[in-house]
Design a binder for this molecule. Structure first.
Ligand SMILES: [Zn+2]
Length: 111
């Protein structure tokens, strides 16, 4: 289990969204599995890209450019189109994602 939601950076994400492929958003190659919190997973299940982006922006009160929003729309659109499974993580510690490179920082420089 990851420490933070890959989408909004909330702590204790309880869900794992597994995609069929890794997504390359140059220069970042994301992993297939995305951690999601209870709030984000609702938008993900509904495939509501803009709802998810609004949630992320409002949560941290981040001013973003329209260009950045388009990048997020593209990325989340890719994720939504490749979802294989969405499962709730058990509270018993899962080490399955240990050792995997943490590549995602939603508002990091690598985007
Ligand atoms: Zn979240």
């Amino acid at each position: 289990m990851k420490d933070v939601c890959d989408f909004c950076s909330s702590t204790m994400p309880m869900w794992t969204v597994l995609c069929s492929e890794r997504i390359l958003a140059f220069p970042v190659l994301y992993s297939k599995d995305w951690a999601a919190c209870n709030k984000c997973v609702e938008y993900i299940k509904a495939k509501d890209v803009n709802g998810l982006i609004d949630h992320i922006i409002l949560k941290d009160n981040i001013p973003i450019s329209s260009g950045f929003r388009e990048k997020l729309q593209w990325l989340y659109g890719r994720i939504f189109s490749m979802i294989e499974s969405i499962k709730e993580d058990s509270l018993s510690t899962s080490l399955s994602s240990q050792g995997e490179t943490r590549t995602l920082a939603p508002f990091g420089n690598g985007f």
